[in-house]
Design a protein around this ligand. Structure first.
Ligand SMILES: C[S@@+](CC[C@H](N)C(=O)[O-])C[C@H]1O[C@@H](n2cnc3c(N)ncnc32)[C@H](O)[C@@H]1O
Length: 183
């Protein structure tokens, strides 16, 4: 019995390590946005009614949950979509959502952000804002993918600027890292 339990423990710990470190399973490593920069990021979202904010690679949902709380305080109907590929993080997001005051406006999608599966979430909304905290060499590919789905959108990128959108760039000095806004 003890051997079975030890085996299961090693198996699950190994599986979790693999999910967080395998380049194939997660080409963008999990690093949460620094909480000190959250107020500036939420401000950059310019939250309003009939808007959807999508975190492409949402991690544990730190940004989405803080922004949804801000929208709740302001009595806005802004929707939030967390797209994440890592099942452990998806489980954490689902658990956190259960206790969130604005849970009705938070949607969770266990999916690959490169597969453009957010169309149905943006359909009924007037404006779309993407939040990105991803490896810089993937930024351009992600933007091109988004353009295939939707014509006009805003982007808030944490830490990394988007070269092809340089002329639209507004740079905000963060407490830990800078924030790049493209409207
Ligand atoms: C740098 S973390 C940022 C997490 C969160 N956005 C934040 O700011 O705290 C990048 C996240 O993207 C996720 N990710 C990596 N590849 C992905 C993919 N193909 N589709 C969806 N999520 C992905 C990772 O699991 C990780 O949680």
């Amino acid at each position: 019995m003890i051997f079975l339990l030890a085996f299961l423990l090693i198996f699950f710990v190994g599986l979790i390590i693999l999910l967080f470190t395998s380049k194939k399973l997660s080409p963008i490593p999990y690093f949460p946005t620094n909480r000190k920069d959250l107020p500036l990021i939420i401000n950059a979202f310019n939250l309003k009614n009939n808007q959807v904010v999508i975190d492409l690679g949402a991690g544990d949902g730190v940004v989405i949950f803080a922004a949804a709380e801000a929208a709740y305080q302001k009595k806005l109907n802004t929707q939030f979509l967390a797209i994440e590929i890592n099942p452990v993080l998806i489980l954490i997001i689902h658990l956190r959502r259960l206790f969130h005051p604005n849970k009705k406006n938070i949607k969770i999608l266990w999916a690959d952000l490169f597969e453009n599966n957010f169309k149905k979430y943006i359909k009924s909304r007037n404006s779309t804002t993407f939040y990105l905290y991803v490896s810089p060499w993937l930024l351009e590919k992600i933007i091109e993918n988004c353009k295939l789905e939707i014509k006009s959108f805003s982007i808030v990128s944490y830490m990394y600027p988007i070269k092809s959108l340089k002329e639209k760039e507004k740079r905000i000095k963060g407490k830990k890292h800078d924030i790049f806004v493209y409207n």
